[in-house]
Design a protein around this ligand. Structure first.
Ligand SMILES: [Ca+2]
Length: 191
């Protein structure tokens, strides 16, 4: 985040209020994010062992607490306040994914785009790489295609700081606004 934005959006960011942007029709369906589709959306989140749908009274309250969102391959989302809890969950997922072997470059490369709908300049990042700073890409990424077999994480601040969102393999997000992360990432990892 740029400094000016930080001041204005600190509270909003902590919420990672991605789910509120989901269409009401989807929100009522109870279906989780599905992999391998464009415009994936999250419509419910597990927090401290309880799953909250947008229709639940406490949904907004929960989102306001969540700082780290972890999306599993089946599309289920888990929210964490504590970074270590999120890291532990991610470690388990990454360990499982690391056993999968592919033959395509796209199996191991996530692509980030300057604009929505996978347009504009693109940034390819290979599995195993972390970018602690993004240079001219800071606060610019607007869409992403994650590697077919490897997970990807976006962070609000440089050096893997701030709120974060962990995306499963083979996931296309055509507009990161849907995850409250448009033009917001300042560091990232491809596992
Ligand atoms: Ca952008």
């Amino acid at each position: 985040m740029k400094i000016l934005k930080k001041l204005a959006m600190g509270v909003t960011l902590s919420a990672l209020a991605l789910f509120l942007l989901v269409s009401s029709a989807l929100a009522q369906s109870g279906q989780p994010l599905k992999g391998n589709n464009d415009d994936n959306v999250l419509i419910s989140i597990n927090f401290e062992g309880v799953t909250y749908a947008p229709s639940d009274a406490k949904f907004k309250e929960v989102l306001n607490k969540v700082r780290h969102t972890v999306i599993e391959r089946d599309g289920k989302a888990y929210g964490y306040v504590d970074a270590t809890d999120a890291d532990n969950h991610i470690s388990t997922i990454v360990a499982e994914l690391s056993e999968e072997v592919g033959t395509l470059a796209s199996d191991y490369v996530s692509t980030f785009y300057w604009n929505t709908n996978y347009s504009g300049a693109r940034l390819d990042v290979e599995s195993g790489r972390g970018l602690a700073t993004l240079g001219i890409w800071n606060d610019e990424i607007s869409s992403v295609r994650t590697a077919n077999l490897r997970a990807t994480r976006l962070y609000e601040h440089i050096n893997y700081g701030g709120v974060s969102i962990f995306l499963p393999p083979n996931t296309n997000i055509s507009n990161l606004t849907s995850l409250n992360f448009n033009d917001k990432a300042s560091s990232l990892r491809v596992y």
